[in-house]
Design a protein around this ligand. Sequence first.
Ligand SMILES: O=P(O)(O)OC[C@H]1O[C@H](OP(=O)(O)OP(=O)(O)O)[C@H](O)[C@@H]1O
Ligand code: HPA
Length: 179
Amino acid sequence: MDIDKKVWEVLCSQEDIKKRLRELGQELSKDYDSKKLYVVSLLKGSFIFTADLVRELVIPVKINFMTTSSYGYGMESSGAVEIVSDIDEDLTDYDILVVDDITDSGLTMKYVLEHLQKKNPASIKCCVLLDKPERRQVELNPDYVGFTIPDKFVVGYGLNYGSYYRNIPYVFVVTEKDR
Ligand SMILES: O=P(O)(O)OC[C@H]1O[C@H](OP(=O)(O)OP(=O)(O)O)[C@H](O)[C@@H]1O
Ligand code: HPA
């Protein structure tokens, strides 16, 4: 990517994210109090969100990771969700919360929820930092949402563009520079 030809516009600042994660942490700690919370984080994109979110929880939690892939290199989903690595633990009777950085078409989350449902959890819900409802291709309403965002390709805070920029500590939109 030729970043010189792009404009970066901050969508969610570090302060916005910190504040919202504190609120989500409180809400989840209340909702999952006296339940068997088991967070399933979807790599690679959700590694930063998950790490920050679970540190806002004040209840016991197990944390595990699945790797899924659908976007490859570019800005468009291939439409085919692949589970690159699965959960190898018995999930029977756990209250699963699937955590991801973004729900765009909804294909990844729907696929993962259906997949994990077969493992007999007590309950299964999902939490995403960013929700882009305008892009939805399947019916899916995330149970916990950090920010609802417009139909723009976003990068940073775990989200990549051409495999780069996951380490940027805020979420930004990349657009073409006007000539
Ligand atoms: O709602 P969808 O249209 O399915 O898009 C959301 C998914 O796409 C991205 O993952 P990607 O497949 O690019 O892999 P990554 O986590 O390694 O970035 C993102 O992290 C979500 O998991
Ligand atoms: O807007 C996005 N940015 C980065 N990765 C993504 N995967 C789905 N949507 C996006």
